[in-house]
Design a protein around this ligand. Structure first.
Ligand SMILES: Cc1ncc(COP(=O)(O)O)c(C=O)c1O
Length: 392
């Protein structure tokens, strides 16, 4: 047994992959065989396990400005911030972090501080990160036993449940709007099953935000940076978030990095009030440089063309498999898909034995391909999945 812990598992016989290296889309194993990554690992390596542009960006940054403290000001910091805000298409400010959980943590902390209210509304079918605050907003099994702020967390009905909006309003009234700081919602659920809310549901949520003076925090840690076919998940809807949590693909997963967007009103509040938040590695230059390069990548026409083809291959795959007897539903947007099965015959290990890296959560098999993948390799991998699903 190793002397370091494996995450989210009992330490005896955990899911693990012993590798000697990686290619753009594959893990290379000791015996020379390869495992193709159909989940972008933890949904963060969207631009490949190897990527020349991102690797060069790191080297360039290390040889120009490798480190800089949180209070330093330098052109890259201004330039990337402006560029990311412009990509979001929103006015306001950014706060930098080093992970998804820290983005969520700081979003919740600042929302509570700004509003002077303590409670949040969250969804049961959700994951927001492994820190105590982020787990207190998380609804899936990972929050079991860690819901430290449980008295301040109230779970609303899932968007697809009957009378979801009416029942959400009842919860607001029962808790008291004066106590509720924010909704925290994954714009499109990631690892918990790719649930895509309707515009009608979002309209209802935004109405409740206005009526009861509640902030809207979107968790775009998975669905940001082109994953859903748009630059950001919220751009698939008519949506005006107050706060947006970003991480994972923001640096292509090549460096621990994240950011939180705050609207102009919240940002202005801290012109005169102390922003009681910060990190030692705030706005790390390597993270900033990678974010800049990720923005270059997603603006590149050849990336967009490949992404369109990835989306098409997934659409065709959905057409092919959705009528299989063991399949309950296939949900798909952009380069993100959940295959919900009736009976789960597939574990991470089963896919691994078939040369595929695919995350499985409950009844859902999550397909989240590397967006820069060779298309033939993706087609072959999807055919393998189809054959496995057909046999089940
Ligand atoms: C939607 C969502 N939010 C937040 C996080 C937490 O990100 P991190 O693991 O970088 O802390 C995750 C991680 O999987 C996630 O899927």
């Amino acid at each position: 047994m190793s002397l370091y812990f494996q995450t989210w598992s009992a330490q005896e016989n955990p899911n693990q992959l012993e590798i000697t290296g990686t290619s753009e889309t594959d893990y290379i194993l000791k015996d020379g065989s390869t495992v193709y990554d159909l989940s972008s690992c933890s949904y963060h390596l969207g631009f490949g396990l190897r990527n020349k542009n991102l690797e060069t960006a790191i080297i360039d940054q290390v040889t120009s400005l490798p480190v800089a403290g949180p209070k330093t000001v330098f052109p890259l910091k201004d330039q990337v911030t402006k560029r990311l805000l412009s990509k979001l298409g929103l006015e306001g400010k950014l706060f930098y972090t080093t992970s998804g959980a820290e983005s969520v943590e700081n979003a919740l902390k600042i929302a509570r501080n700004y509003s002077g209210k303590t409670d949040i509304l969250a969804r049961k079918v959700s994951y927001h990160g492994a820190t105590i605050g982020a787990l207190s907003a998380t609804g899936d099994w990972r929050s079991d036993g860690h819901l430290t702020l449980s008295q301040n967390t109230h779970y609303i009905p899932e968007p697809y449940e009957k009378d979801a909006l009416e029942r959400t309003e009842e919860i607001i009234n029962a808790v008291g709007a004066d106590n509720i700081s924010a909704f925290i919602l994954e714009t499109i659920t990631g690892g918990n099953g790719v649930y895509i809310p309707t515009q009608e549901w979002w309209d209802g949520i935004q109405c409740l935000c206005k009526k009861y003076d509640i902030l809207l925090i979107l968790d775009e840690v998975v669905c940001g940076f082109s994953r859903t076919g748009k630059d950001f998940g919220f751009q698939n809807f008519k949506l005006s978030p107050d706060i947006i949590c970003l991480a994972k693909a923001i640096s292509g997963g090549f460096f621990p990095f994240g950011a939180v967007y705050f609207n102009s009103e919240i940002s202005k509040h801290y012109d005169k009030n102390v922003l009681s938040a910060g990190l030692t590695n705030y706005a790390h230059p390597i993270g900033l440089k990678l974010c800049d390069e990720v923005l270059n990548l997603i603006e590149d026409q050849s990336f967009q063309d490949n992404l369109d083809q990835v989306e098409k291959l997934l659409s065709d795959f959905k057409e092919n498999v959705q009528s299989f007897p063991n399949i309950k539903e296939v949900r798909h947007i952009g380069a993100l898909m959940a295959i919900e099965v009736i009976e789960q015959h597939f574990s991470w290990k089963v896919f691994k034995e078939n040369g595929l890296y695919i995350n499985v959560t409950g009844q859902n098999i999550i397909i989240c391909p590397i967006m820069t993948t060779d298309l033939k390799k993706l087609e072959d991998a999807l055919n393998k999945v189809k054959n496995l699903l057909n046999k089940a």
